[in-house]
Design a protein around this ligand. Sequence first.
Ligand code: RIB
Length: 303
Amino acid sequence: MTAKIVVVGSFNADLVSYMERMPRPGETVHGDRFATGAGGKGSNQAVAAARLGADVTFIGRVGNDVFANLAYEIWDAEGVDHRFVTRDDEVATGVASILVDASGENMIAVVLGANLRLRERDIDAARPQIADADMLVVQREINLEIVPYVLRTAKDLGVATILNPAPAAGASRESLQLADFLTPNEIELETLNGGAFDDVVSAARGLLSRGDQTAVVTLGARGAQIISRSDSILAPTFAVDAVDTTGAGDTFNAALAVGLSEGKALSDAVRFSNAAAALCVTKPGAADSVPFRADVDALLAQK
Ligand code: RIB
């Protein structure tokens, strides 16, 4: 069965510098390599879901500038439906300045630009596509006022949702309550928790307001913790040599949406997501490093 996924989110042009180690504040270090690529958490998730075999509709906003061309190139190459992406004549396409060190770790500063001008009417225009979807995925690199509206629209239409609370600062209680699946990483969980926590499971449970909600906390090289009100399971990930972790969380979220939409049990969908994210970190770039379905299935078959 082909999963139908709607992603509401950001597109950014990623300007990536690779270096031995990150500079400290006030310090200059020399990089080894520079690359420009397609990024943005929303678009990365859309591309990843398409490469993993889903029919994908992306709803977002870009500028009327050369950086937006990177978006259309990758969406067209991967078959992502971008009819509901609008172009803004006044504000530039989002841009992310990314530093990646020799261990593959990154630091990202984003100027969201046109992403912040996504409106409720842009969501309304795609209502039939949302109604027809198996899953809607949204993150927080857009105009934050519409995030609850996006989740409510899907709920009214009977469509399951993943809220990837990235970045997490200022996430409303309403949006956390509306989503069926919450997928913070540990830093985002700390922000949502209002400070450091001793235990991932209790901190994540603090976010759950309904018995049918699930948190899947991504733990990097340790895998992911699946947490409901009554259960908690650690799903370990696959050991790989990390080159660049950018886009791994996006790949994880996309794979979770695809796996669940295909009817996989939650633990199998998370295993599938761990495999996809593990493969993502073995290549440089964001959308460019997202694996194809055959590669994920091959990794799963080996282990
Ligand atoms: O999650 C990775 C993404 O975060 C990058 O592609 C960058 O654009 C930022 O949005």
